[in-house]
Ligand binder design. Structure first.
Ligand code: ADP
Length: 429
C-alpha cells in the first residue's frame, strides 16, 4: 500500500529493510566471531547463535537442539534467566521421534504456532512443560544441511504475540547461515578428534613393536637394584659389618628405583591418550629419550646409533609426546629398512641443528638402508602407502600432519650411495 508508482518501497520501508539486513549481518558476524575466538569449544558458538536469535526476533527464550540417533538433544538455551533455569529442569533433554520438535524437523519447514496453549493434536512432554512455563508464541525452525536435519532452533514468547512474516523470513536466513557456520566447526572438530585418535593408535602400535626394547629399559634398573641389594646383604653379614658400604648400596638402590620409575613414566606418557599441548620442549632431551627406548631394538638389528646435536639448542614450541611419536616412527622405519640390508654397516645418524633464516630447528634421521625408489619418494606420505607385508602405511602421513600442525615441514631425500634421510623443521620457541 505504501508503494511508489515505480513499485519500489517508500523511504521508510527501505530504511526498515536496511536496518533488518544490518541486524542480520550483525547477528551472523557475532556467530563467526564466536567461532574465531573459540574454535575448539562448541558451547560459546551455540550461545552466540541463540543470543543473536533472541535479539533478531525479540524472543523471550531460545533453544537449540541437535540431531542424534535417537532424537533431538537439547544443547543450549538462552533468554530470560528465570525461564531458562526453569526450562532446563522441565524440558526433556531428548525430543524423541514423534515429538512436536521432531515432526517439525522432519517437515523441513518452519512451524509458527501463535499460541502454544491453543495447539490441538498430540501434546507431548515438551509441549506440556513449555505451556506450564508460560511459553506461548512459538517458532520452530529446522536447521538443514544439504537437506539433512542438523537440529532445530525454537524461539518462544511468553505472550500471545505471533512472530511477523518478516521476522520469520529474517530468522530463516540467519538460521541457514548459522547452520553452515556450526556444521563446518563441528566437522572440523570431528576431523581433529579422528586425527588425534589415529595418531594415538599409531603411537600405541609403534610402541607395541618395541616391546623387547621397552622390557629391557625397565628391567635394567631393576636388575641393578637387585645386585646392589645382594651386595648390601654381604656387607651387613661381614664381620664386622661394613655400614658405610651398606649405606652406599642403599643409595644406589634408591637411584635405580627412581630410574625404573622414570622409564615407566615416559612409556606411560607415550601410551596415554591426552589432548595436544603447547609447551616449551627441549627437543634434544625428548629425542634422547626415544633413542634410549629403542636401544635394544637397535642392538638386536645390529644398528649403531650416532647423534650429532649442536650445542645450546633453543627450545621448540609444541607437544612433547607428539614430537617423540614422530621420532619413534622415523627410527622404527629406519630399523626396518636396514633390517633387509645384507652387507655394509647399519648406521642411524640423528642430528639436530638450527636454521636461523627460518627461526627453526632441523632434525635429521639418516639411515644406511636400501633408500627410496622414485615411486616411494613420491608416495611416502600418502595415507595407506606401504611396502611392508604387515605395514599400515599411516606412520609417515601422521608424522607429517603432526609436524605441519606444529608449523614445521617434514620431507625425505635419497642419500648417496644408499640410504634415506628424513628431515623435519620445527619453529624455535
Ligand atoms: P609403514 O611403516 O606402515 O609402511 P609408513 O607411513 O611409516 O608406514 O611408511 C610408508 C612406507 O615408506 C614404507 O612402507 C616404506 O616403503 C617407506 N619408508 C619409510 N621409511 C623408510 C626408510 N627409512 N627407508 C626406506 N623406505 C622407507
Amino acid at each position: 500500500m505504501n508503494k511508489s508508482i515505480h513499485g519500489e518501497g517508500t523511504a521508510s520501508e527501505l530504511q526498515d529493510r536496511v536496518t533488518e539486513l544490518i541486524e542480520q549481518q550483525k547477528a551472523i558476524s557475532e556467530v563467526l566471531r564466536a567461532i574465531a575466538s573459540s574454535p575448539h569449544d562448541l558451547q560459546p558458538i551455540f550461545d552466540a547463535i541463540l543470543d543473536s536469535s533472541t535479539r533478531l526476533c525479540r524472543a523471550d527464550v531460545v533453544t537449540l537442539r541437535l540431531s542424534e540417533e535417537s532424537g533431538l538433544r537439547l544443547v543450549a538455551m538462552r533468554g530470560d534467566p528465570l525461564l531458562v533455569s526453569h526450562l532446563w529442569l522441565v524440558f526433556p533433554a531428548l525430543a524423541e521421534k514423534g515429538s512436536l520438535q521432531s515432526r517439525v524437523a522432519i517437515s523441513r519447514l518452519p512451524a509458527h504456532i501463535p499460541d502454544l496453549a491453543a495447539l490441538g493434536g498430540d501434546r507431548d512432554d515438551s509441549w506440556i512443560a513449555a505451556v506450564n512455563a508460560g511459553y506461548r508464541a512459538t517458532l520452530i525452525v529446522p536447521l538443514l544441511k544439504d537437506n539433512d536435519i542438523v537440529g532445530t532452533i525454537s524461539l518462544g514468547r511468553t505472550q500471545v504475540q505471533p512472530f511477523s512474516d518478516k521476522q520469520i523470513s529474517l530468522f530463516r536466513d540467519f538460521a541457514a547461515q548459522a547452520t553452515i557456520a556450526l556444521e563446518s566447526t563441528r566437522l572440523e572438530r570431528q576431523y581433529r578428534e579422528a586425527q588425534m585418535a589415529l595418531a594415538h593408535a599409531n603411537r600405541v602400535a609403534t610402541m607395541g613393536q618395541l616391546t623387547a626394547s621397552i622390557t629391557h629399559e625397565v628391567n635394567q634398573p631393576i636388575t641393578a637394584a637387585v645386585t646392589y641389594a645382594l651386595a648390601a646383604r654381604r656387607f651387613l653379614s661381614a664381620d664386622p659389618p661394613n655400614f658405610r658400604e651398606v649405606d652406599d648400596a642403599l643409595s644406589l638402590i634408591v637411584k635405580e628405583g627412581n630410574r625404573a620409575g622414570e622409564v615407566v613414566e615416559r612409556i606411560r606418557a607415550l601410551i596415554k591418550k591426552v589432548p595436544a599441548r603447547k609447551d616449551a620442549v627441549a627437543i634434544d632431551d625428548a629425542i634422547l629419550e626415544v633413542i634410549a627406548l629403542t636401544r635394544t631394538e637397535a642392538a638386536n638389528n645390529s644398528v649403531s646409533v650416532r647423534t650429532q646435536f649442536v650445542e645450546g639448542l633453543p627450545r621448540v614450541q609444541g607437544d612433547r609426546v607428539q614430537l617423540q611419536q614422530v621420532m619413534l616412527n622415523l627410527i622404527v622405519n629406519a630399523f626396518q629398512a636396514m633390517s633387509g640390508v645384507g652387507k655394509g654397516a647399519r648406521e642411524l645418524q640423528i642430528s639436530i641443528d638450527a636454521v636461523p633464516s627460518e627461526g627453526s630447528m632441523r632434525v635429521g634421521v639418516r639411515d644406511t638402508g636400501p633408500g627410496l625408489s622414485p615411486e616411494s619418494l613420491s608416495r611416502l606420505f600418502e595415507p595407506f602407502y606401504t611396502t611392508k607385508p604387515e605395514g599400515m602405511g599411516m606412520g609417515l602421513s601422521i608424522c607429517r600432519s603432526i609436524i605441519e600442525a606444529h608449523g614445521g615441514r617434514l620431507w625425505a631425500t635419497r642419500c648417496e650411495p644408499h640410504g634415506a634421510l628424513f628431515q623435519f623443521t620445527i619453529p624455535a620457541d
